[in-house]
Design a protein around this ligand. Sequence first.
Ligand code: MG
Ligand code: MG
Length: 280
Amino acid sequence: MNLFADLLAASGGAKATATGPRIQQRRGVEVKSARELKIMARASNIVASVLREIMASVEPGQTTADLDALAERRIRELGATPSFKGYHGFPASICASINNEVVHGIPSAKRVIRKGDLLKVDTGAYFEGYHGDSCVTICVGEVPEQARTLSRVAQESLMAGLAQIKAGNTLLDIAGAVEDHVKANGFSVVEDYTGHGVGRNLHEEPSVFNFRTDELPNVTLRPGMTLAVEPILNAGSKRCRTLKDRWTVVTQDGSLSAQWEHTIVVTSDGCEILTDRGDC
Ligand code: MG
Ligand code: MG
């Protein structure tokens, strides 16, 4: 679940050029068929309904293991399997990251959710060979004003990025919209982790970056591409570090972090949000 560009770089496909971002070879990014999109819509809908349930039911005093158990039970009841469980050895069906934890928090029966927490829940469902992937940030009860604002701006930045998606635009259009909205609000964009293509694999090409860069391959969007767009915002520095459990990523300066994510499909004149919960 690291920067997907690492995989591209390892295969020699992501070399930046001195002249600016290179347009990635089209063959690297899959375009899904109507049949595949129908299945992905179902997988994504399962993710959306599980997250909706968690958002409606989370309470102070629960543990992150409680949420994980709920997510796994519901994903399986809905006919799918958890995308995350066992992925590169990850032990659970959700990532639960609280406050200064950025991504990949491991659910635990010892981790009690408290009033005032800024809780990120990320999950995926694998259905008939395809994945859906989405993340929400939940304000648990009354939270500090900065936490509420950070979550709101993170969600707005996701929607600003999605508003740039249509055939013919590029990943840089998404990235620029996200970055501008985040900077205008005084927060920082995490650069160590990006969105990604999604489909038969949880993480596919391309790397969907949330900041302007000429070091990652740019891609022209085409109808049928399926992407997970997932800006991560820190209240302070963008810098992150990984804890000794080798999964949990935290902000280096201890500041709060927020993230929202949707799986979408590019259309000729926009995008369709496959993990839409009906609440943005
Ligand atoms: Mg995710
Ligand atoms: Mg993702």
